[in-house]
Ligand binder design. Structure first.
Ligand code: MTE
Ligand code: MO
Length: 202
């Protein structure tokens, strides 16, 4: 059901859980802005490995070729940046998070995950938020390989949290017992980042 309000006919859509599709304070964009702190790497480092470390039964280390052999899937989801823009209906293709989780098998004491990037960026995510139907490691966006500025060739996508949790230029996960703030989380962005609770800054 769509409701149209105001001169610009802004659609107020509801999600299946009854919340507004557009989180509070956000506005829609059709463009796809780039938000990056560090400088954009031109390509995958030749020694790139996908590494899973910390509190898991089976630590993992995959070359790019091995990583690409994992089963691929597609997820369509909205994207919300803490700097107030949202972009609907992004189709991401890549490797579902559960392809990783079922291989590494997190230990019972693993409650938090740090996503690591080869650029040095990090972001922390509770395992319960990472282990979800719509979380994947993306290689393509709307049918095209990710461009370098959008995290190409490989990035994390966690649609239900603000964009800073969707780490670009991903090279692995570290499973932890205790939470630890990542790059933006130590610089003022909210530790949890739920757009519907407007958890933007602390
Ligand atoms: N490595 C890295 N990943 C990052 C960021 C960053 O600065 N560095 N910015 C984050 C933020 S704040 C957002 S909103 C999204 C933006 O993704 P986009 O540039 O593809 O739109 O990437 C996230 N992932
Ligand atoms: Mo962002």
């Amino acid at each position: 059901m769509k409701w149209f309000l105001g001169k610009k006919s802004t659609p107020i859509e509801k999600r299946p859980d009854g919340r507004d599709r557009l989180p509070p304070g956000q506005h829609l964009t059709r463009k796809w802005p780039v938000l990056t702190f560090e400088s954009t790497p031109s390509s995958l480092p030749s020694d790139w490995r996908f590494r899973v470390s910390g509190l898991v039964e089976n630590p993992l280390e995959l070359t790019w070729e091995e990583f690409l052999q994992l089963p691929h899937t597609t997820v369509t989801a909205d994207f919300h940046c803490v700097t107030l823009w949202s972009r609907y209906n992004n189709t991401w293709e890549g490797i579902h998070i559960r392809e990783i989780l079922q291989r590494v098998r997190p230990l019972p004491e693993a409650q938090y995950v740090m996503a690591h990037c080869w650029t040095g960026y990090t972001t922390n995510i509770p395992l319960t938020a990472l282990d979800d139907d719509d979380v994947l490691i993306a290689l393509k966006h709307d049918g095209k390989p990710l461009t370098p500025e959008h995290g190409g060739p490989v990035r994390l996508i966690v649609p239900k949290l603000y964009g800073y949790k969707s780490a670009k230029w991903l090279d692995g996960f570290e499973f932890m017992e205790h939470d630890k703030p990542g790059f933006w989380e130590t610089r003022g962005y909210h530790n949890s980042g739920d757009p519907w609770k407007e958890e933007r800054y602390w």
